[in-house]
Design a protein around this ligand. Structure first.
Ligand SMILES: C[S@@+](CC[C@H](N)C(=O)[O-])C[C@H]1O[C@@H](n2cnc3c(N)ncnc32)[C@H](O)[C@@H]1O
Length: 231
């Protein structure tokens, strides 16, 4: 019956049999014990549980938490590494950051209304260790595009993916992301019209060439180091 729990679980099973590329990306980079955080919850939370990462999930209320836990129980997936922070991410993330949390990978897939993707990036990104990765889903949505318009220009973030649905960036630095505009010389006004178009095309070509160089077999990208990872 459409919409029944059985049909929902069957669709999850189908998804897991042929996972979206973003999940593959996460799976490749998250050995057990990797410190992860996400805004929003769902199948991605189940994935983090299955990967046995040390995971914080920022989800609005208890309903989604219960659904994830039930699914994991039914599929005998470990949930010891999952920690749920209930409430809107703009309230939970500052708390988590203030506790001195550091993470290896952050998934931003909570509210997609402006400015929440930016807020989620601001706090989650500040918790990343040097070389940590932020993955942003639904890059076609306007609030997410606004975020990427900045991150793509900032040389302190290295783009690791080129998907039309999601984007991943490695942070080359660490610490809080609050700074004055004078620390962002790359963030300049882009003129409209032909000159602006030419600038955007040049930026795109630069990113494309950098992406090709990264994908070359002589330049493999290493997995993130998990706390419990054996050498
Ligand atoms: C697109 S879904 C997440 C899908 C999930 N990442 C997956 O791969 O299955 C968006 C999620 O964001 C949550 N959400 C919406 N507003 C939020 C907010 N202000 N703070 C945290 N989570 C929020 C929704 O409840 C939902 O779980």
């Amino acid at each position: 019956m459409p919409g029944s729990l059985a049909s929902r679980l069957a669709s999850v099973d189908r998804l897991l049999a042929d996972p979206p590329a973003a999940y593959r990306f996460i799976a490749e980079r998250c050995p057990p014990g990797t410190r992860t955080i996400e805004t929003g919850s769902g199948l991605s939370t189940v994935l983090f549980a299955a990967l046995e990462t040390d995971h914080i999930c920022c989800t609005p209320g208890p309903e989604e938490r219960e659904r994830v836990l039930e699914y994991c129980k039914a599929h005998e997936l470990p949930t010891e590494g999952l920690r749920f922070e209930l409430g809107s991410s703009h309230e939970s993330l500052p708390r988590i950051q203030a506790a001195g949390t550091e993470v290896d990978l952050a998934l931003i897939d909570g509210s997609h209304g402006f400015p929440l993707p930016v807020v989620d990036w601001f706090y989650s990104g500040a918790m990343l260790r040097t070389g940590g990765v932020v993955l942003v889903d639904d890059v076609n949505l306007p609030a997410v595009r606004t975020l990427l318009d900045f991150v793509d220009r900032d040389p302190r973030w290295r783009r690791l993916s080129d998907s039309p649905k999601w984007a991943a960036f490695e942070r080359t630095g660490r610490g809080p992301l609050a700074e004055d505009w004078t620390a962002q010389p790359f963030y300049v006004h882009r003129p409209a019209g032909v000159r602006g178009l030419a600038q955007r095309v040049r930026g795109r070509i630069r990113r494309e060439l950098a992406g090709r160089a990264r994908r070359s077999p002589t330049c493999p990208s290493p997995p993130l180091s998990g706390r419990n990872r054996t050498p």
